[in-house]
Design a protein around this ligand. Sequence first.
Ligand SMILES: NC(=O)c1ccc[n+]([C@@H]2O[C@H](COP(=O)([O-])OP(=O)(O)OC[C@H]3O[C@@H](n4cnc5c(N)ncnc54)[C@H](O)[C@@H]3O)[C@@H](O)[C@H]2O)c1
Length: 268
Amino acid sequence: MDVPGYAVITGGASGMGRECAKKFAFDGAAGVALLDLNASALESVKKEAESLSQNKDFKVVTHQLDVSNETEVNKVIDNVVQAFGRIDYVVNAAGVAFKHEGGAAFAETKDWKRVLEINLDGTFYVLRAAAKVMLKQDPIKSAIDGRELQRGSIVNFASVAGLTGIPTSTAYTASKHAVIGLTRTASEDYARQGLRINAVCPGYIDTPMTRSTPLIIKAMEERTKVWTPMGRAGKPEELADAVIFLSGGRSSFITGSAMVVDGGYTER
Ligand SMILES: NC(=O)c1ccc[n+]([C@@H]2O[C@H](COP(=O)([O-])OP(=O)(O)OC[C@H]3O[C@@H](n4cnc5c(N)ncnc54)[C@H](O)[C@@H]3O)[C@@H](O)[C@H]2O)c1
């Protein structure tokens, strides 16, 4: 998929972030920075990624990070630049799901704030810190034909909940609609300066997130069997394929998009 540069992945310890780390390694990236709250899981993903790379100089760095802490985000991005010299790809996969029993009328402010702070503010803090670095660097060259590609490519995790309403997912649905808005406006800001910024909108994907609470497990079963034309949940690696495509040289004329990867969920 033509991803010879350095990637930063938030939420890299689990689910789709973890699969993205493995695919960047397998597809020839120079290095991967894995950022997540879960430090011990990051170490095992680091080993998995290292075992998949054919590149003898491949580097993996890990940082325990809460993406909703902007000071820490800025520090970690500085550290990554010191380790790698540049940042070519950002995958903003860190996120949390939450179901408010009874819906918006009964949603608690603390739950609303927590989901927005991680899913929206965290995505913004990482995008902002990385975009500043990307805007100053030379464009990366294609590993396949040597042509100049972008200065940087950012992929934000939205969701089908960024395009449609989902019952009792008040804060989550609002946060994912906002991630698409952030993606679109930022992509316009820098389209002529060589930054590409896209979103992916996964449908129902089998990850630790969708196995986390009884309410989410129940919604997942119903939404995959009844509402997803392909009749199954997606696999995290199927999302990682889309992320690697949007990050690399095969998508050099794509920016500001919200790519659905959902087994047909939003086609109706
Ligand atoms: N699984 C699905 O069906 C689905 C569908 C649509 C969108 N998404 C989105 O995809 C992304 C990845 O989800 P997943 O299913 O792989 O989930 P997951 O729970 O397997 O992984 C999410 C990771 O984010 C990390 N994280 C949570 N809060 C954090 C914080 N404050 N700072 C840093 N890291 C934090 C977790 O520790 C975890 O490692 C999320 O943004 C999610 O909203 C998931």
